[in-house]
Design a binder for this molecule. Structure first.
Ligand SMILES: CC(=O)N[C@H]1[C@@H](OP(=O)(O)OP(=O)(O)OC[C@H]2O[C@@H](n3ccc(=O)[nH]c3=O)[C@H](O)[C@@H]2O)O[C@H](CO)[C@@H](O)[C@@H]1O[C@H](C)C(=O)N[C@@H](C)C(=O)N[C@H](CCC(=O)O)C(=O)O
Ligand SMILES: Nc1ncnc2c1ncn2[C@@H]1O[C@H](COP(=O)(O)OP(=O)(O)OP(=O)(O)O)[C@@H](O)[C@H]1O
Ligand SMILES: N[C@H](CCC[C@H](N)C(=O)O)C(=O)O
Ligand SMILES: [Mg+2]
Length: 471
């Protein structure tokens, strides 16, 4: 592609790639220079030009010498659109999911439902890039825009026709997923998280709403989980823009959850759609997993899936890695579950999912991440104290913070909790403590394979540690 195709001018230089990090610039690259949270990318413009950048997308006031200056007051957005022109084509059907909790689960379940319908499907999110054959981690939920668009284009080249991706609030506010057509977008829920990055809940929600205001195709479909009070803002946006709307949940109109009956290994659901009732046995436990499965069904139907086939396929869904995953049963007979709950709302969801299955105590082990929203810690403590029978507070990715200090923040909400430094020790204690009637929940790390301490990522997997402690 020639540079003129991006600038609208006559520049004949050939574009070889896009980069937002000057260290990744090669001759022929278009460099995006953005003001970040840590540093100002504009400081690297000269180095990028030196390394061969032929054009730089940056604010009008930035200084660009020796390359074309593509000046824009919204450089991230302009860069994403240009990069999308370069990387296209993309899978013909792409859908996105936002919300505080449930994004990973929903994109994974959507991918599974499409696959059952015979489509070549993929998902991108916290678990990485997932296809029927493999899963490759990207490190972030919504990768940076160049990684994202090049991965999406790569999937299209492999023959993927259906893509579901997670749109995190960071990703949306940084325009990481702009530029490809998005046929449907879903909202799962809103609760407190990431207030280290967003100023307040209003700003956090506004970032999420960008998915519906800017990213979704003008004639795309909005899918909302109608049992979350915040869904109404999304509905208003859909009406204002003229998008088709599907609402899902007990209060949903398109897919109405008529009843939900927990069974030993799953739950019986009755769902009403188009005036008919469908009975399915979802092989996943917990109200939250039923919610995510229904939103996934909504996305599949929104993009052409047959209603009856899609709803009946819910009965064949496989579990999502690290989401209420049963790791082991202790010698005493207590089942141990691993879940990715790292917000107060998610902790409540995970505890309530397991409670009906425990005749004895629900024992929860968790911590809170360092260098992340400090205010959510006490709320997480209070939620655990309120809903669980025994609370053990430990460590979860202290990063550059003092682990003891993070635990103290959590303990403010759970003064009666047991504090155990070291996640392995805490898990071992919980498993020793659990009796036959009890259930143990290890929350916060889910699929994660490491404990981030300072700059180090120490190998750590809740499932393996639980198995070792139970042996
Ligand atoms: C807070 C945040 O989102 N930071 C991300 C963001 O950084 P930023 O734009 O603020 O960048 P910066 O480091 O200040 O640098 C500014 C610019 O200068 C460039 N640069 C920088 C240094 C250099 O030597 N040369 C250079 O060109 C950078 O590439 C960048 O474009 O862009 C970087 C490049 O893409 C990301 O690596 C970085 O993710 C950090 C590592 C991170 O931890 N992000 C987490 C919080 C995150 O994004 N999480 C969300 C939500 C998780 C969820 O709830 O699921 C996610 O989507 O994963
Ligand atoms: N619909 C939901 N309602 C409430 N809690 C949920 C819901 N879905 C998932 N959770 C909780 O949130 C945890 C994370 O779920 P999931 O990974 O699907 O969400 P996510 O939005 O992708 O999270 P992240 O922002 O970290 O990527 C689950 O392990 C569960 O505890
Ligand atoms: N995407 C989330 C994951 C949090 C997982 C938890 N284990 C932690 O480290 O806080 C974040 O980066 O805030
Ligand atoms: Mg996720």
């Amino acid at each position: 592609m020639k540079l003129g195709a991006i600038t609208g001018g006559a520049e004949s230089a050939t574009i070889t790639g896009f980069a937002i990090d000057h260290r990744k610039v090669a001759p022929g690259t278009i460099f995006g220079a953005f003001q970040g949270t840590r540093v100002n990318g504009e400081d690297y413009i000269a180095a990028a030009v030196q390394a061969g950048a032929i054009a730089v997308v940056a604010r009008p006031e930035a200084v660009v010498e020796g390359a074309v200056h593509i000046a824009d007051h919204h450089p991230r957005e302009r860069f994403a659109r240009a990069a999308a022109q370069f990387f296209a084509p993309f899978p013909p059907i792409a859908v996105a999911v936002t919300g505080t909790n449930g994004k990973t689960s929903t994109v994974e379940l959507t991918r599974q439902l499409w696959r059952m319908a015979g489509h070549h499907a993929a998902s991108i999110g916290t678990l990485g890039v997932t296809t029927a054959d493999e899963r490759v981690s990207t490190g972030l939920t919504t990768p940076d825009v160049v990684t994202f668009l090049s991965n999406v284009a790569g999937l299209a080249r492999e023959g993927v026709t259906h893509l579901a991706f997670e749109a995190s609030s960071h990703g949306l506010s940084q325009y990481r997923t702009e530029g490809l057509p998005v046929r449907a977008a879903a909202f799962t829920n809103l609760s407190r998280d990431h207030l280290d990055y967003h100023k307040d809940m209003a700003e956090y929600f506004t970032a999420k709403l960008r998915l519906f205001a800017d990213v979704l195709d003008p004639d795309g479909t909005v899918v909302v989980w109608a049992d979350d009070a915040n869904h109404e803002r999304v509905v208003d946006l859909a009406h204002a823009r003229g998008n088709a709307l599907m609402s899902v949940g007990v209060h949903g109109q398109t897919l109405r959850l008529v009843s939900r009956d927990p069974t030993l290994l799953g739950q019986g659901l009755v769902i009403e759609a188009e005036g008919k009732q469908y009975k399915v046995t979802l092989p996943l436990i917990g109200a939250y997993q039923a919610a995510n499965a229904l939103v996934a069904a909504g996305l599949v139907i929104a993009t052409g899936g047959d209603v009856a086939t899609t709803l009946l396929s819910l009965g064949r869904l496989a579990p999502v890695r690290g989401r209420l995953e049963r790791a082991v049963i202790t010698r005493a007979g207590a089942p141990v579950y691993v879940d990715y709950a790292h917000t107060a709302d998610a902790l409540q969801a995970a505890i309530s999912a397991l409670k009906p299955h425990a005749t004895g105590r629900l024992i929860v082990v968790f911590g809170a991440g360092g260098d992340r929203d400090v205010g959510k810690r006490e709320e997480m403590g209070a939620t655990a104290a309120l809903h669980a029978d025994l609370v053990i507070v430990t460590d979860d990715n202290p990063r550059t913070e003092d682990a003891g200090q993070i635990r103290r923040h959590v303990l403010k909400g759970a003064p009666d909790a047991i504090e155990i430094a070291g996640r392995r020790e805490a898990i071992a204690y919980a498993l020793r403590e659990a009796g036959q009637e009890d259930i143990v929940l290890l929350a916060g790390k889910g699929h994660e394979q490491g404990q981030v301490v300072g700059d180090l990522v120490l190998p750590f997997d809740d499932v393996s540690v639980a198995r070792e402690c139970a042996a």
